[in-house]
Design a protein around this ligand. Structure first.
Ligand SMILES: Cc1cc2nc3c(=O)[nH]c(=O)nc-3n(C[C@H](O)[C@H](O)[C@H](O)COP(=O)(O)OP(=O)(O)OC[C@H]3O[C@@H](n4cnc5c(N)ncnc54)[C@H](O)[C@@H]3O)c2cc1C
Length: 447
């Protein structure tokens, strides 16, 4: 490794010290290895001197996972960004960790294959970061999240050994499933340096629909109705009134839905043309039965793109409400979505907060965005509201995070969901991988 692999200037230390959560602490030094052997070399040096080491993908995480909260070395994998192989016969891709998710999707789609996991950050986030967070997205309801696509890994342990887990085969039950111990481990157990991914054939046709409803309950009933019609859409995105208003403001249009709309569903079915037509009819029927005030179908690719643009602009548009967003990705069993929205309504009133919500209704994963101005008292109310939200979600048999992980932003809430025994077992797993506790300290578990 040369000086070119190291950054110590203050702009870099700041930049690599934060992520999508906008929280941060400057790194002490940033290292940019070119390959697994260099990663292992850096790890051995850190292990020898007990220096904290924080793996970093594209830095889009929402929970501060890549932030060096205890200082030390930030190990950016950005130079390890090659697609190594696309094996069409075995439906497998092998990639280095910092291939950008959207770039892999484009590369496989050019040859009629499909990598379904689609976090909204797919144009920036890296596959390694997706694996470390087990990222999901709108297509998770039909296709599953990142974990369903990881067949094998190469990883550098915090003690410096390079291990390989799994491989190109879909079936493999030999010993513990170490691959899936590492998926979702948020950079706390090992540094992922190579990923073997499962691909599927690209669905040839999509049909995208937009249905508007007077209330969130009606929209949620439509989701149940669609499932009763035995249709599994590729996406069912639910958007509430406050979010619709924010995105309309952001796009500079008066409104994106008829007056009186309380919730909107953005739906997509995909597959072979004939099946797609039939499924789209069934989806429309279920929406109308649940009280839809309007159901539109995209007539061509540009109308489809326009509908998805609205969805993609949701997150950035929230900045038109307030400068600070505490973005939560709670999950409830989908039948309990109306209760989740009731809980959020109570929180809005009790804590005097603006909380636009949208998300993946098919799997009950709703983004609850607590919006605040940079005012101490308002931020304090938001933090109190977060606890009430998480306790309420767990009481609804849900989970405090479906996509973004815990990082350090949510570590103080871990005990709301996990028992002392579960946390103790997880800490023993951490100890087995990382006996010195050098890899990404201060994450997941409360310090
Ligand atoms: C606009 C926006 C939209 C988003 N939408 C979604 C969404 O729809 N769904 C979703 O799931 N997430 C979403 N996210 C969150 C984020 O994009 C994901 O968590 C993503 O998987 C992070 O990838 P990254 O490469 O940026 O990882 P980073 O932020 O760099 O790191 C995330 C975590 O992974 C660890 N890590 C990274 N690379 C490695 C590696 N090679 N080995 C070991 N550990 C590693 C880091 O230590 C850290 O703990 C969104 C974020 C933004 C900003």
């Amino acid at each position: 490794m040369s000086a070119d692999h190291v950054r110590t200037d203050s702009a870099s230390l700041q930049m690599y010290g934060t992520d999508g959560s906008k929280r941060g602490r400057p790194a002490d030094v940033v290292v940019l290895p070119d390959g697994s052997d260099q990663v292992a070399g850096v790890v051995r040096l850190c292990a020898q001197h007990r220096i904290p080491l924080v793996p970093r993908g594209a830095g889009t995480g929402y929970t501060g996972g890549a932030v060096p909260v205890n200082g030390g070395v930030v190990l950016s994998l950005e130079r390890m960004n090659r697609i190594l192989e696309i094996d069409e016969d075995n439906l497998v891709a092998i990639v280095e960790p910092n291939v950008i998710t959207g770039d892999l999707q484009a590369a496989v789609e050019r040859i009629g294959l499909f990598y379904p996991p689609d976090p909204a950050s797919l144009k920036q986030s890296a596959i390694g970061g997706n694996v470390a967070e087990c990222a999901g997205g709108p297509r998770a309801f039909k296709y599953g999240t990142t974990k369903q696509y990881v067949l094998g890994l190469e990883a550098v342990l915090p003690t410096g050994e390079i291990v390989e887990t799994g491989g190109k085969v879909v079936k493999n039950v030999v010993g513990y499933d170490l691959t899936h111990v590492l998926v979702g481990s948020e950079g706390t157990l090992a540094i992922i340096t190579k990923i073997v991914l499962r691909l599927v054939p690209k669905p040839p046709v999509q049909s995208t629909l937009r249905a508007t409803f007077r209330t969130v309950s009606e929209a949620a009933n439509a989701v149940t109705g669609i499932i009763r019609e035995r249709v599994v859409p590729a996406a069912i995105e639910l958007i509430d009134r406050d979010s619709l208003d924010a995105v309309a403001r952001h796009l500079g249009v008066r409104s994106l839905a008829p007056d009186g709309t309380g919730a909107l569903l953005l739906l997509e079915v995909d597959g072979l043309a004939e099946a797609v037509r039939e499924e789209a009819d069934r989806v429309e029927r279920a929406c109308r039965r649940a009280g839809a005030t309007e159901v539109l179908r995209a007539r061509d690719e540009s109308e489809r793109e326009e509908l998805w643009r609205m969805r993609r602009e949701l997150s950035p548009s929230l900045k038109t409400i307030t400068p600070i967003k505490f973005n939560h990705d709670v999950v409830v069993p989908k039948g309990r979505i109306p209760q989740l929205f009731e809980l959020v309504d109570h929180i809005k009133a009790d804590y005097r907060l603006r909380i636009p919500c949208f998300g993946h209704a098919g799997d009950g994963n709703i983004h609850v965005n607590i919006m605040v101005d940079d005012v101490e008292e308002e931020i304090r109310r938001a933090h109190e509201a977060e606890r009430v939200l998480f306790e309420g979600v767990v009481a609804l048999e849900g989970s405090i995070s479906g996509e973004h992980g815990i990082g350090f932003a949510k570590s103080t809430f871990l005990t709301i969901e996990l028992s002392a025994d579960e946390i103790a077992l997880m800490k023993r797993v951490k100890q087995a991988f990382d006996p010195q506790g050098i890899l990404n300290p201060g994450k997941i578990f409360p310090q």
